[in-house]
Design a protein around this ligand. Structure first.
Ligand code: PMP
Length: 444
């Protein structure tokens, strides 16, 4: 007998699933269940339509339930459900890698993973192993940044700079140092786009390198735009300067583009937007439009060639990989997603809408407890004045009230982040900021 799992829209057993990054006990008192999605909207279990202000978790860049992507996944599931990722191949993963390299000239190799955290761990491991196979095995140190988010693997939380992600989990990776974050309310509040102040903070890398000696440093990893810690836009010249200092000292530069990849800034990737070329790029999310979990690491050809040249013929050049690297369903979803992006010109569309988006974001100045507004591409950060002793309370109140009014937003601390699907219309922008403005005025 067929089971229609779709009937299970109101589970009465909320006891078994240990939810990620969620206040589990609070959720159970007021479960927010999503049962359907299409285009810019979710439908809740109680039949309400919710405008998706966050593209899921920054991943559904082409909007929900796109027919082309759904069909590609269905077709693949009926043909080849799984193929071993080690020592075996299937055509779609090769095709997807090839298509991705044409999107990002200069990055000729793609390593597939199961998501953003795995992409980060993969990139960090490639960086360390790269130096080792070149005969510079002392280069093991990794440099991240305060307020960086690089997923939840031990590598990612070690180079990341979020105290709550770190303090419960032991001593983390050894040999990690952190750049200061680039956010300064006094010097940057209400900046449109990239702040003029703060490029000099990249010079801190020189200080850290001098402390440890360049011969011990493998890589620097940063998000070009930090998303999960409240939308921190890189100051003008900052990323360029990091690139120069890394070049000077033979250190690899990694951009974590898990959220900035696939059109979010109005270009394919942030590397293109800022004109700065890192050595490795991590990505995930928009790669498959969020439909099937998948991540990827882009590597410059020289990095790949180093592994190929140094390893004896017939041996595994990089001893690393995942059961689900290049999964057939994910590869099918990825190919169809790239088609949708291209056919609908969604990256260009994001670039065209960005000025309208910027005006809408900054129209919230002076509304309720807003103390800063930040934007780039189709991303917004709305910072609220915190209630003393109750960090996160105001933003959580905004989240709950916005959800009641039919808008999904995301919060981190007392900062609201918006990153809707790139298929949005100006009317969606008006609705989003109209609803949010109403909510902000009612906050305690
Ligand atoms: N890096 C960055 C910059 C991210 O924003 C995220 C997820 N928000 C990750 C890594 C982790 O991705 P995942 O949750 O797919 O492991």
């Amino acid at each position: 007998m067929d089971t229609d799992y779709q009937d299970i829209t109101r589970p009465n057993d909320l006891e078994s699933f240990w939810m990620p990054f969620t206040a589990n006990r609070a959720f159970k008192k007021n479960p927010r269940m999503l049962v359907e999605a299409e285009g810019m909207h979710y439908t809740t279990a109680d039949g309400r339509r919710i405008l998706d202000g966050t593209a899921g978790l920054w991943c559904v860049n082409a909007g929900h339930r796109r027919e082309k992507i759904v069909k590609a996944i269905q077709k693949q599931a009926e043909k080849l459900d799984y193929a071993p990722s080690f020592q075996m191949g299937h055509p779609l993963s090769f095709e997807l890698a090839s298509r991705l390299t044409t999107m990002l000239p200069g990055y000729d190799r793609v390593f597939f993973t199961g998501g953003g955290s795995e992409s980060v761990d993969t990139a960090l491991k490639i960086a360390i192993a790269y130096h080792r196979v070149r005969g510079e095995g002392a280069r093991t140190r990794l440099i991240g940044r305060e307020r960086g988010y690089h997923g939840v693997g031990f590598g990612g939380i070690s180079v990341g700079g979020i105290v709550a992600n770190r303090k419960f989990f032991g001593s983390l990776l050894p040999g990690v140092d952190h750049l200061p974050h680039t956010h300064s309310p006094e010097n940057q509040a209400f900046t449109r786009g990239q702040p003029a102040w703060g490029g000099h903070l990249a010079d801190e890398l020189e200080r850290i390198v001098a402390l440890h000696d360049a011969s011990t440093v493998a890589a620097v990893i940063v998000e070009p735009v930090a998303g999960s810690t409240g939308v921190l836009i890189p100051p003008q010249g900052y990323l360029q300067k990091l690139r120069q200092i890394c070049d000077k000292h033979g250190i690899l530069l990694i951009f974590d583009e898990v959220i900035t990849g696939f059109g979010r800034l109005g270009s394919s990737f942030a590397t293109e937007h800022f004109g700065v070329k890192p050595d490795l790029i991590t990505t995930a999310k928009g790669l498959t439009n969020g439909c099937v979990p998948m991540g990827a690491v882009f590597a410059k050809q020289g990095i790949y060639d180093t592994f190929m040249d140094k390893a004896p013929e017939g041996t595994i050049e990089l001893f690393h990989g995942y059961t689900y690297s290049g999964h057939p369903l994910a590869a099918a979803a990825g190919l169809a997603t790239l088609d949708v992006y291209k056919e609908e010109g969604l990256f260009e569309r994001a670039a065209e809408l960005a000025p309208y988006w910027e005006d809408a974001v900054h129209s919230l100045k002076g509304t309720g407890p807003v103390i800063d507004l930040r934007n780039l591409g189709i991303i917004a950060g709305i910072e609220l004045e915190g209630i003393p002793g109750k960090p996160t309370a105001r933003a959580m109140e905004a989240f709950t009230k916005a959800y009641e009014k039919g808008l999904l937003i995301r919060t981190t601390g007392d900062i609201i982040a918006l990153s809707p699907p790139l298929i949005l219309e100006k009317s969606h922008i008006d609705e989003m900021f109209g609803t949010l403005g109403d909510v902000l005025k009612t906050l305690h």
